[in-house]
Design a protein around this ligand. Structure first.
Ligand code: IPM
Ligand code: MN
Length: 353
């Protein structure tokens, strides 16, 4: 059988991005040898340093180059020296939009041995997936400011939803729920009682597309109630589909109930194109360069990337190694203050592989 080869772009980025990326790549190297596939990485230096030196965030030429890759791994973007929004919009959102990664898939899974702030809840209760629309909604940035700095200032930022955009996301969510094959329940999280136009569209599309999936149970939850139930009864959820903004908010809540930002990963997926994998914790500048950050979220992102590029066996090996690392009892908490170094945790995962 010919050996498979993958071309992977790596953007270590800012803050703790490079440190956690180093561990993620160490795990990738190990698992590739075990599972028998080859890959090539191409590193890109997009981030604060490059922006401060050249004024450039992500050139269009790079976007075109990235389209030829099999996957993209992203460490983190964001730096206190740069005005908020420049790197986020100029790099992260430009990648998501430019590569039409219209799904942001964020598993919320409590591994055995991990502490959750939810009393009386365990791994059997906290295991669901949030599918966040990733290219529309409030993130489109359509709008503007008038009479800036005066008492009559007006600021408008539109929530844009297209039928095409909503439909492809909702359809992906139904397909995913079927493939996941657990509770076979899909919850639409919205605010259709107030945002009657935009979330009215989501409801209509959800009902229409849902007719093609009689095997999937349909459920509805307003976003405020979703937050309550994620804390009170997380076991009710299997898959949640939601708009860009709400998905952003509820997945930070999801991260903390699965043990913290140190374990939460996400995939920005274009099912017909190139997808990007990232820990969702951001650049955490105060821990940068200290070898303190937990690399498990980045390693979880590698696991998701392996699944996407068809290396299922390797993905399972990484998942098992993460589970063993966590149940070993050696990592007391998943924050940067666990007492373990970034590379020590990476080494533990490598040993279990
Ligand atoms: C995330 C982040 C980003 C977002 C920021 C950094 C633009 O919070 O991936 O959840 O809002 O999507
Ligand atoms: Mn976020």
């Amino acid at each position: 059988m010919p050996r498979r080869e993958h071309k992977i772009a790596v953007i270590p980025g800012d803050g703790i991005g490079p440190e956690v990326t180093r561990e993620a790549l160490k795990v990738l190297r190990t698992v590739s040898e075990k599972a028998g596939f080859e890959y090539q990485t191409v590193e890109y230096d997009f981030g604060a340093e490059r922006y401060l030196k050249t004024g450039e965030t992500l050139p269009d030429s790079a976007l075109n180059e990235l389209k030829e890759m099999d996957a993209i791994f992203l460490g983190a973007v964001g730096d206190p020296r740069v005005e908020p929004g420049i790197l986020e919009k100029g790099i992260l959102l430009k990648l998501r939009f430019g590569l039409d990664q219209y799904i942001n898939l964020r598993p919320v899974k409590l591994y055995p041995g991990v502490w959750t702030p939810l009393r009386d809840k365990g791994p059997e209760d906290i295991d669901f997936v949030v599918i966040r629309e990733n290219t529309e909604g409030l993130y489109l940035g359509l709008g503007g400011i008038m009479r800036e700095g005066t008492p009559d200032e007006v600021a408008i930022q539109e929530m844009v939803n297209t039928r095409k955009g909503v439909e492809r996301c909702v359809r992906y969510a139904f397909e995913y729920t079927r493939r996941r094959n657990r509770k076979k329940k899909l919850t639409l999280c919205d605010k259709a009682n107030v945002l009657t136009y935009v979330h009215g569209l989501w409801r209509r599309v959800f009902e229409e597309v849902g007719k093609e999936y009689p095997d999937i149970e349909k459920d509805y939850a307003f976003v405020d109630a979703t937050c309550m139930w994620m804390v009170k009864n997380p076991e009710w959820f299997d898959v949640i589909v939601t708009c860009n903004m709400f998905g952003d908010i509820i997945t930070d809540l999801g991260a903390i109930i699965q043990g913290g930002m140190g374990i939460a990963a996400g995939a920005n997926i274009n099912p017909q194109g190139v997808s990007m994998f990232e820990p969702i914790h951001g650049s955490a500048p105060k821990y940068a360069g200290k070898n303190m950050a937990n690399p498990l979220a980045a390693i979880c992102a590698v696991q998701m990337m392996l699944e996407q590029i068809g290396e299922d066996e390797a993905a399972r090996m990484v998942d098992n190694a993460i589970a063993k690392t966590l149940s070993s009892g050696k990592i007391k908490d998943l924050s940067a203050r666990s007492g373990l170094h970034t590379d020590e945790i990476g080494d533990m995962v490598v040993r279990y592989i």
